[in-house]
Design a protein around this ligand. Sequence first.
Ligand SMILES: [Zn+2]
Length: 116
Amino acid sequence: MTEQKFTEQISTVAKFIQIYCDNNHAKAQKSNANLELIYKNTSLNQSVNYNLCKECEHLLLYANERLQNCPHDEKPKCRKCPHICYEKSELKFMVKVMRSSGIKLGLSKIKSLFQR
Ligand SMILES: [Zn+2]
């Protein structure tokens, strides 16, 4: 996976988790922080800002770590990956986040179509 692909992937994941957390954990205590992007032990001089509750922050950091260690050059969709590297509980949570935020994003796209 190229550095650019890595940056893209982790930014997308962060965005999805952020939407999920905003919608589902609005009242939870959140910490605002920057995730510094490091790939293959090299700093990419970029960071992703997030404002997440403990649970979602854990998922993001976990995803980041998994992505850094992804052995695939051409990363398949995680859902279709032959070597799923997530542990069960994290995988379940991630699927939930992706589904929920995906629906939200889909809806806002549809809405913006109608508002034109
Ligand atoms: Zn959350």
